[in-house]
Design a protein around this ligand. Structure first.
Ligand code: ADP
Ligand code: ZN
Ligand code: ZN
Length: 746
């Protein structure tokens, strides 16, 4: 019997609740209810949804003031107890209402009853199997009824839609059989399953000695239900096989597992391969699923029918019971950091959840984030390394080309002489190439050659990007589009032209050079449709297209054995971002993109074009030397006092009026100064703080002013942080957001 108390503590799911008020409701006699259940409750004059977070026997409230719960929303508790705990922790850490963090634990469509359980009509025999033959014989007048009885003789439930394939229009006949009491026709629940298929029971490869070795550490941890690992394996070292085996071990132990993969790598192909390894115990969770699919996959997991979840960031909250393992693949990816409140980090959640539920954690990457690697060096994670590629493939040969030198030699084009020659050879040999440029659009701006005017976005403090295909200027921050000006808005001259290059222009150039070769371009502009992404990958995989041009989208996880040449066009682009992580990002992107070459027995070649050939991030990426990069970057962070040595915090004030945003940031600044003046103990932990406009002063019409603080990594800094959190929560004349080590400092 499920335990029930007489009173329920309920968090009411209201979007605007600033506070976490827990309301007490009476549990009506005989209503089975467990903590974690969703319920409908009277609230004011409305009926609202709520979460039962606890049941109690008594209450301090007056009995007649306590209203009864109207009804449970499901006949099972939707929230597992450890996930309620987790939501609580997130609310405290991220300073958000519990109603908001609890929402993370459920598919959005479950709230407000937006998806319905799907049913279909199914037929089932009602007599015992040995009576079927006789019954069928007596159906002399209808061969169809006879056939149907025979089809149903296995005693199983058959959807009417499937019977249609065998007997045309079976329903009237089934209804007759139903009236005779031979058959039952009723609605049955169906689960919408995305990506059915995938070849089951794919053969398992024989493990390499390196894979054996790291699994020797991981498998006991999975058994034990504790342990965190950082798996640093170069591109193509076979990390995926390692965690597939770890997941299998989990299942053998009767436990479940969650595998997180960046959304962009989670292609249908990846998913069907995954299903091939795990079959029906595998579930998929990511944002490209339809609402119904997402809801049904969630329910398969909640019921324990699916025990392994593969998914993007939010799958870390999947309702897997008896969790044994969480894998975070490509752990360095910024997409593991949620952007909207509560801005959780899936890696932190994975560690916290695993600790609470007795699971092991594997963070895996060819280019671990500086923070994770530093933790591994410190001993927080066990470091496992796989420095060799699987089988005959070896790391590609990398050449760095100095584009300043090219310019001196009179080459004003986007491709260096070397890259041109290698592309020619690659195309002639019938092989495939990838060209990487981390900037979409045709040209990053239009410039008046006469007066120097650059077209800005009217709503944001950034240049507008030229898109050739639809011949418009587009803002990459707010999405606003506008016509390409024919004359300069500043001086009226006609010499206003696009400058610089983006992926569209690279694609155009390649089409000119190799008119007989099909090119695909992968960036945000070409992959927005539901299946566009997969269609492009398929064209390239099949060999129909032989050149792929793309942004960071092509750097991740793709495994195309026929690619022998990779070119990075403007490799230092990401070095120029206003962000202390731009070195790290550049190294990761270049190493990952270089890792796309030579993934089979044919050797690969990588050409990195740059204006900063001596930069250590580019040098280390060219040498494919993670350690060298880590050591230099870690020393730089220590010297410049960046994370993990410090914590960067900003209070961002946003308003449609510039003066108001600055007013608020000024007031915030004053309050902080006063507090620190009163508490010298805390002041010692603050390296500096300043108030100004944010690097991008305006986005989508919102003016942005900020107070930026650098705090020493020290327990006392938490007190400062608490003060800042409370400060941000106060009522201000405009929106104030607190960001801790924000993903972007724009
Ligand atoms: P990583 O994720 O480390 O970049 P992958 O997991 O993509 O590497 O593995 C690279 C390639 O090696 C894949 O094609 C994979 O199928 C193959 N592979 C992995 N392990 C083995 C093995 N033990 N034997 C044969 N092939 C393997
Ligand atoms: Zn001009
Ligand atoms: Zn804009």
């Amino acid at each position: 019997m499920p335990e029930t108390g007489r009173y329920a503590q309920v968090i009411v799911d209201i979007a605007v609740s600033d506070t976490d008020r827990v309301f007490t409701y009476r549990v009506p006699e005989g209503m089975p209810l467990q903590p974690g259940a969703r319920v409908e409750v009277p609230f004011g004059h409305r009926q609202l949804e709520g979460y039962v977070i606890a049941l109690t026997e008594g209450t301090d409230l007056e009995e007649d003031r306590v209203k009864p719960i109207t009804a449970p929303l499901e006949d099972y508790p939707a929230l597992l107890p450890p996930l309620v705990e987790l939501a609580r922790e997130i609310s405290i850490q991220r300073h958000c209402p519990l109603a908001l963090s609890l929402r993370l634990m459920l598919p959005a469509e479950m709230r407000a009853g937006r998806v319905r359980i799907k049913t279909e009509l199914a037929a089932k025999i009602r007599i015992s199997p040995d009576q079927v033959e006789a019954a069928a014989k007596s159906e002399t007048r209808s061969p169809k009824r006879r056939l149907l009885l025979q089809l149903l003789s296995d005693g199983l439930s058959h959807p009417v839609s499937e019977l249609k394939a065998l007997a045309r229009d079976p329903l009237p006949a089934l209804r007759v059989l139903e009236e005779k009491g031979l058959v039952e026709v009723a609605g049955q629940e169906v689960l919408r399953q995305p990506f059915m298929g995938g070849e089951l029971n794919q053969p398992e490869p024989v493990l390499t000695p390196e894979q054996e070795e790291v699994l020797g550490e991981i498998l006991p941890a999975v058994k034990r239900g504790a342990g965190s690992f950082l798996l640093h394996g170069i591109t193509g070292s076979g990390k995926t096989e390692v965690y597939i085996r770890a997941v299998k071990e989990c299942l053998k132990e009767g436990k479940g597992a969650i595998v997180l993969i960046p959304e962009i790598v989670l292609t249908p192909q990846m998913v069907s391969w995954f299903r091939g390894r795990f079959g029906d115990v595998g579930a998929v969770m990511h944002s490209r699923l339809s609402a119904g699919e997402r809801f049904d996959e969630w329910r398969r997991v909640r019921r324990g029918q699916a025990r392994v979840v593969i998914g993007a960031r939010s799958a870390v909250f999947a309702p897997v019971e008896r969790l044994g393992l969480i894998v975070v693949d490509e752990e360095h990816e910024p997409s593991y950091q949620a952007e909207n409140a509560p801005a959780y980090d899936a890696r932190e959640i994975a560690l916290s959840r695993a600790g609470r539920e007795g699971a092991a954690v594997i963070l895996a990457s060819a280019t671990p984030s500086i923070l994770s690697f530093a933790k591994a060096v410190r001993g927080d994670y066990m470091l496992l390394e796989m420095p060799k590629r699987v089988g005959a493939s070896v790391l590609p040969e990398v050449t760095v080309v100095d584009m300043r030198e090219e310019l001196r030699l009179g080459n004003r084009g986007m491709f260096s002489t070397l890259l041109q020659a290698r592309l020619d050879a690659c195309m002639q040999a019938g092989q495939q190439a990838m060209i990487f440029l981390n900037r979409r659009g045709y040209a990053p701006g239009v410039l008046c050659r006469k007066c120097g005017f650059v077209l800005p976005c009217p709503q944001c403090d950034v240049k507008m990007t030229y898109h050739q295909q639809d011949r418009v200027m587009r803002c990459h921050y707010c999405g606003l589009t506008q016509a390409l000006p024919e004359i300069c808005p500043a001086c009226g001259s006609k010499f206003i032209k696009p400058f610089g290059i983006g992926t569209q222009k690279v694609e155009e150039e390649l089409r000119k050079r190799y008119p007989q070769v099909e090119t695909v371009r992968m960036d945000l502009d070409t992959t927005s449709g539901k299946n566009a992404h997969q269609a492009l990958l398929d064209r390239f995989r099949s060999g129909q297209a032989r050149i792929m041009v793309g942004t960071q989208m092509i750097a991740k996880g793709l495994d195309f054995p026929q690619v022998t040449l990779v070119g990075a066009v403007l490799a230092d682009l990401s070095l120029n971002l206003p962000d202390y992580r731009s070195e790290e990002r550049t190294f990761q992107l270049l190493t990952q993109v270089a890792g796309r070459a030579g993934r089979s027995d044919r050797p690969g070649e990588v050409i990195i074009q740059t204006y900063k050939p001596e930069h250590f991030a580019i040098q280390a990426a060219a040498a494919q030397d993670y350690r060298a990069f880590f050591n230099q970057e870690f020393a730089r962070r220590r010297q410049k006092l960046y994370p993990p040595f410090t914590m960067l915090v900003r209070l961002l004030a946003e308003s449609s009026q510039a003066s108001r945003a600055r007013e608020v940031s000024g007031a915030l600044h004053t309050r902080i100064r006063e507090m620190l003046a009163e508490k010298p103990r805390l002041k010692r932990r603050v390296i500096f703080f300043r108030e100004d406009d944010s690097p991008i002063k305006r986005i989508a019409g919102q003016n942005r002013a900020q107070v930026f603080l650098k705090l020493l990594a020290h327990p006392e800094s938490d007190e400062v942080l608490q003060f800042l959190k409370d400060l941000a929560e106060e009522t201000w004349p405009c929106r104030v957001n607190l960001e801790i080590n924000p993903a972007s400092l724009a």
